[in-house]
Design a binder for this molecule. Structure first.
Ligand code: SME
Length: 159
């Protein structure tokens, strides 16, 4: 599937989504199906200065709540900038989720300058993420930000 097809599908889902949580669940499932190297796909949402795990596909992770000053996830959310880590074992910030994971991409979900959460994807392949993945996920994050921002605070709760 081309990036453009994935984005069109997620945009359509967004238009029919009953709520942000449903859209997030459908989005992580679609990304997992569309890209075989995306082995774990999840969304963390910011709640009281922590990142709290929302919808995800892949193996359960011990990191269901990550302080903003920890992990690659915390670094991306606190800076508001996307991170691509080609070799997670060489990055001292890395919080291990699965022993098989070799690389990771984290893309913040930002609305009006406020970080609402992030898309986090792990791959069992080294250096699995390129500028193409980044471009795709930045667009996906914009669609999610739009949906999350028009919902009440309660809808943003991850769990
Ligand atoms: N690896 C992340 C933690 C989340 S798990 O990958 C699902 C990190 O270093 O922040």
């Amino acid at each position: 599937m081309e990036n453009s097809e994935i984005l069109q599908s997620i945009q359509r889902l967004s238009e029919s989504a009953p709520d942000a949580r449903w859209l997030m669940s459908e989005t992580v499932a679609l990304l997992r199906r569309a890209r075989s190297r995306y082995h774990w796909v999840g969304i963390y949402l910011i709640e009281n200065n922590d990142l709290v795990l929302g919808p995800f596909v892949g193996k359960p992770t011990p990191h269901t709540r990550i302080p903003l000053n920890q992990g690659i996830c915390g670094a991306a959310a606190s800076s508001g900038r996307a991170l691509i880590v080609d070799d997670v074992n060489a990055d001292p910030r890395y919080l291990a989720c699965s022993l098989e994971t070799r690389s990771e991409i984290v893309v913040p979900i930002v609305h009006n300058g406020q970080v609402l959460g992030e898309i986090d994807i792990d791959s069992d392949l080294p250096a699995a993420f390129s500028a193409q993945d980044l471009a795709l996920l930045e667009e996906v994050a914009l669609i999610l930000a739009e949906k999350l921002s028009i919902r009440g605070v309660d809808d943003r709760k991850a769990l």
